[in-house]
Design a protein around this ligand. Structure first.
Ligand SMILES: [Zn+2]
Ligand SMILES: [Zn+2]
Length: 241
């Protein structure tokens, strides 16, 4: 059996709206997981062309299909999508892969459709026509599993990928950065900004309990690697910001 491969996809950048972080840039990273039977896509990035969002966050976003092509992945090969949550920076291009199932927690769906949670026309865009609502953990394939990780939002979810060398976690925004994963108390935008901090802590603990060899984040290019995996994959260097 061919080995599973996690491919980081840089979907865009934005500027923080918080005055304390003025001038700092954030990054949005999605992930493609190539497996034996296709490609699983975790997050679709910011959508394109929303005046209010542009004025607040100044996103520089790339079409997800183009990003996939650049990574050597034919969008036609994507067999399943999931969003870590439905905020506009993670689910903005859900319409880009018509007919492909998009796995979302029911609680997140409810938030998106009953509160001012996201850019709803991106969530319900033409082409975003195959939502699969799930409750809690859920298997995508035998080796790719959705893990419910509420905290940043009530319906947040992460992904655990089983490989021959150990478990890889795609945290999404369950943990903001590699620094926060390592326990940095001054990490920006993480637990301190979460509406449900106790749930946030419990979710990080759930991910830690998986004993991952690597952890990838939605807003940090840095890959956290367990000490024993230090030689398995080169770290992606953090850009100065
Ligand atoms: Zn969010
Ligand atoms: Zn985000």
């Amino acid at each position: 059996m061919s080995e599973i491969e996690v491919v980081p996809l840089e979907l865009g950048t934005f500027q923080f709206a918080d005055p304390e972080l003025a001038g700092r840039k954030g990054v949005v990273v999605g992930y493609a997981v190539r497996h034996r039977d296709g490609v699983f896509l975790f997050d679709t990035g910011f959508g394109l062309g929303n005046a209010e969002l542009d004025a607040t966050y100044h996103p520089v976003s790339r079409p997800v299909r183009e990003v996939l092509y650049d990574a050597g992945i034919d969008p036609q090969d994507v067999t399943a999508v999931a969003n870590c949550h439905l905020h506009a920076d993670h689910a903005g291009q859900n319409g880009a892969l018509p007919g492909v199932p998009i796995h979302v927690q029911s609680a997140e769906w409810e938030l998106a459709h009953t509160t001012d949670h996201t850019v709803l026309e991106w969530i319900d865009a033409p082409g975003a026509d195959a939502y699969l609502l799930v409750d809690g953990d859920h298997e995508i394939t035998a080796s790719i599993r959705i893990i419910a990780t509420p905290g940043h939002t009530r319906g947040h979810q992460s992904v655990a990928v089983t490989t021959a060398t150990g478990t890889i976690v795609l945290a999404g925004q369950a943990c903001y950065s590699a620094g926060e994963w390592e326990g940095d108390p001054d990490a920006i935008e993480g637990r301190g900004e979460a509406p449900e901090p106790d749930a946030y802590d419990a979710s990080i603990q759930r991910l830690r309990d998986l004993m991952p060899i690597r952890v990838y984040f939605a807003h940090d290019r840095t890959v956290w690697k367990a000490p024993t995996d230090a030689k398995a994959a080169p770290a992606i260097l953090r850009e100065p910001c």
